[in-house]
Write a protein that binds this ligand. Structure first.
Ligand code: SAH
Ligand code: SF4
Ligand code: F3S
Length: 473
């Protein structure tokens, strides 16, 4: 199981990530992140903005002056989780009326002021592009007022803000490279909650990654809804920052980050099958520190369903991209996202998803039942006509097949030796370490004489369907 993914898909884990940095201060911020890695990364930007206002983060909600939930709208269930969590803060607010409760992120953007009416205890509603305004908005809540800013921006990338690192291991980090999404997949709420796609200045990305490396981090994951469409054109942004790099595409950006240091591993998420170019694959092949792993969400194995989803590719195109990956990067593992029971999906079309899975044999998959989202193209154009039972049955078939493939793949790893970055003590056994190989599979091994942040070679001796076990050689 991939650790970074904990935050990418909330419904798998259902748990929130509680973030903190330890610092003595009179004002305390408690922040929970739901949904994808972008939200996690945004919470670090929020912490940085409020750090300058004298707020330190805490892991203990009961001592907080500010409670923020950075929320996700991707599926209905994600929103329900947040609403439930909000009711839990009711008691605390009753006991301490000066407590400010804020909803940030995608739910704030989707529901806007409605959220204040629906959730009476919420004081602040702040969309993903309005975090710089937080100090003013917090001020506005003085005396029990409500404050809202859900303006979306075409430019905001928070590029100049050095995030306050809230993750726990000090070894792996997310670095945001684009915001928003222009793709308009018919099932997806993200273009409505995150606004137009924009790329971040590559110089600020490299500076952030270099700083992380110097602080001891050994892995960065470059984040965007569609990293392949990353494009920075200095002049089009109106500011000529460095004339030596007039435009930068994703492959070039990856190279700039890879050149920081051979001991800094590079990952990225998410690739889009319609845009993933051979250039990117060749760049991955050129640098040993770019990990041999691609998350390439297919969503469905049926070209007709993909068309209705407005994904911009067919089954054949997707398989052509898989063929290119296998040819250019033979050791690379590919994971995916799949949706079951999209509007009008026939049994035949569902079977096409299963057969595509057989052809590709993904190393990992996030699998979901279709959840209709307000305002999306699918909501307006198609009927959500696959009943829950059928959606569930199809999803189970997809999960069963994926588990079978995963176990078979992992069994093949037994006897092989992988370079693993030591990330943290294993949750189950403090005498063991947990880390991932380049292909993003979690490896567990006895501690021996190594430290967190070092690279070790681990020979695999055993496996489950989610982890590899081995020993340092
Ligand atoms: N930008 C990424 C994915 C972002 S959302 C991409 O294009 O692949 C993460 C995943 O959530 C999607 O890949 C999709 O599988 C799932 N998802 C998005 N909207 C959904 C919906 N309405 N119902 C069920 N799953 C959905
Ligand atoms: Fe949503 Fe599609 Fe954009 Fe991914 S590419 S965030 S699925 S609209
Ligand atoms: Fe959720 Fe928003 Fe991310 S809807 S998946 S938090 S971009």
């Amino acid at each position: 199981m991939r650790e970074g993914e904990k935050v990418i898909n909330e419904s798998k884990q259902g748990e929130a990530l509680v973030l903190d940095n330890t610092k003595i201060s009179s004002k305390k911020l408690y922040i929970e992140s739901y949904g994808c890695a972008m939200n996690f990364s945004d919470s670090e930007v929020v912490a940085s903005i409020l750090d300058k206002e004298g707020y330190a983060t805490t892991r203990d909600a009961s001592e907080a002056d500010l409670v923020f939930l950075n929320t996700c709208s991707i599926r209905e269930k994600a929103e329900q989780t947040v609403r439930k969590r909000l009711t839990e803060f009711k008691k605390q607010k009753k006991a301490n009326p000066s407590l400010v409760v804020g909803v940030l992120g995608c739910m704030a953007e989707r529901l806007k002021t409605n959220l204040l009416e629906e959730e009476k205890l919420v004081d602040l509603v702040v969309g993903p592009d309005a975090y710089r305004d937080l100090p003013n908005l917090i001020e506005e809540t003085n005396g029990g007022n409500k404050a809202v800013n859900v303006l979306l921006s075409r430019e905001e990338t928070y590029g100049d803000i050095a995030p306050v690192k809230l993750d726990q291991n000090g070894i792996t980090s997310f670095v945001s490279i684009t915001r928003g999404c222009d793709n308009m997949c018919s099932f997806c709420v993200v273009p409505f909650t995150r606004g137009r796609e924009r790329s971040r200045n590559p110089l600020t990305i490299v500076a952030e990654a270099r700083d992380l490396f110097e602080k001891g981090y050994r892995e960065v994951t470059l984040l965007g809804q569609n990293v392949d469409s990353y494009r920075w054109n200095m002049s089009s942004k109106g500011v000529i920052q460095d004339e030596t790099i007039p435009t930068t595409n994703f492959a070039e950006l990856m190279e700039m980050v890879a050149q920081i240091h051979p001991d800094l591993r590079i990952r990225f998420s998410t690739s889009h099958p319609k845009d993933m170019s051979d250039d990117v694959l060749h760049m991955m092949a050129k640098y040993d520190n770019i990990c041999e792993y691609i998350h390439l969400p297919v969503q469905s194995g049926s070209s007709e369903v993909l068309k209705k989803m407005n994904r911009g590719y067919t089954r054949e195109w997707f398989l052509n991209r898989i063929e290119a990956i296998r040819r250019i990067l033979p050791n690379t593992e590919i994971s995916t996202d799949i949706i079951s029971g999209f509007c009008g999906e026939t049994e035949e079309q569902h079977k096409e998803t299963l057969s595509l899975m057989e052809e590709v044999r993904f190393s990992f998959a996030y699998m979901y039942k279709y959840s209709e989202r307000p305002k999306t193209l699918a909501e307006r154009k198609y009927e959500d006509d696959i009943d829950e039972k059928t959606k569930g049955k199809r999803l189970q078939e997809i999960i069963d097949l994926q588990m079978k493939h995963q176990l078979e793949n992992y069994k093949k790893a037994i006897g092989k030796t992988y370079q693993v970055l030591v990330e943290k003590p294993s949750k189950k056994n403090p005498d063991e370490y947990s880390g991932r190989n380049s292909q993003n599979t979690v490896c567990i091994f006895p501690k021996e004489n190594v430290k967190i942040g070092e690279y070790v070679n681990v020979k695999i001796t055993n496996c489950t369907s989610a982890t590899l076990r081995g020993e340092i050689v």
